[in-house]
Design a protein around this ligand. Structure first.
Ligand SMILES: [Zn+2]
Ligand SMILES: [Zn+2]
Length: 266
């Protein structure tokens, strides 16, 4: 009689169930879901705030500030609820994607014994581990990197069809180029920043958001107080209307570029 093994790691497990170290790992991953989802929420709400404010709330078009985080959140919710249903819950209808991930993870944690003997335990562990890792990557932005937009390069796939690469790009601070991890295309960082700023030029921001946007996205340092200085100039170069308290990013860019040209000439 041969010794039975854990279906995932093939270590000896007399009953042929998921072994205790694989269980521990899965429990740790499921236990981390709430925290990861919280961070994804922060990442995504940052993105949502950068929409054009309008009567109907958020404008439909958003700057693709973090496509990866959105996909990771969706994927995590889908994988966890699919397996929660498969393991045994009868109904799942959660409106908020964040809540459904957390609730499904909590349910799965309570059903570890059922999961251990699940006939598709290998797929379950594999898919959940992948989805959690993807979500973790989406919020794990190293401090010394700056987001410079999605790759968007077009490459032929195995069957020769052109596909657009949507991988988010993070450049090292001060680097001139960044190479996409997925398609290996090399991008010029200054061009990427310009592209992001151009997409945002027509959108309205508060003074604080505009300063942040110029710094984070454009790599252009401009303080809130200097923006307020521009606002209060007699010529009103930012077309500031006191009622809205918002400025157009494109106007700010023009003013800042004019100013640096003048300084350069002096
Ligand atoms: Zn194992
Ligand atoms: Zn790419």
């Amino acid at each position: 009689m041969t010794a039975a093994t854990c279906p995932v790691c093939l270590a000896q497990q007399d009953a042929g169930l998921l072994c205790s170290s694989c269980c521990d790992r899965l429990e740790r991953e499921l236990g981390d879901v709430a925290a990861i989802v919280g961070e994804l929420d922060v990442t995504l709400s940052k993105q949502a705030r950068i929409g054009t404010p309008g009567k109907s709330g958020l404008a439909r078009e958003r700057i693709p500030i973090n496509v990866g985080a959105m996909q990771a959140a969706d994927n995590l919710g889908n994988v966890l609820t699919t397996w929660a249903r498969d393991v045994g819950t009868e109904w799942w209808s959660f409106r908020r994607p964040a809540a459904r991930s957390v609730i499904a993870a909590g349910y799965l944690l309570g059903e570890i014994n059922a999961i251990r003997r699940h006939p598709a335990v290998v797929e379950l562990v594999d898919e959940i581990t992948d989805a959690v890792a993807q979500a973790r990557r989406a919020v794990d932005r190293p401090a010394d990197r700056v987001f410079v937009g999605p790759c968007m390069s077009e490459q032929p796939d195995d069957e020769g069809r052109l596909v657009t690469c949507l991988e988010d790009l993070y450049a090292r601070e001060g680097a001139g180029t960044v190479r996409c991890k997925v398609c290996t295309w090399e991008h010029d960082v200054a061009e990427r920043r310009q592209w992001l700023l151009d997409r945002a030029a027509d959108r309205l921001f508060t003074v604080r958001e505009a300063a942040q946007m110029m710094g984070d996205v454009g790599g252009i340092r401009v303080t809130e107080s200097s923006i307020r200085g521009y606002i209060h100039r007699a010529s009103n170069p930012l077309n500031y209307r006191a009622g809205t308290k918002l400025i157009r990013l494109g106007d700010l860019l023009t003013v800042v570029l004019d100013e640096s040209e003048r300084k350069g000439a002096a």
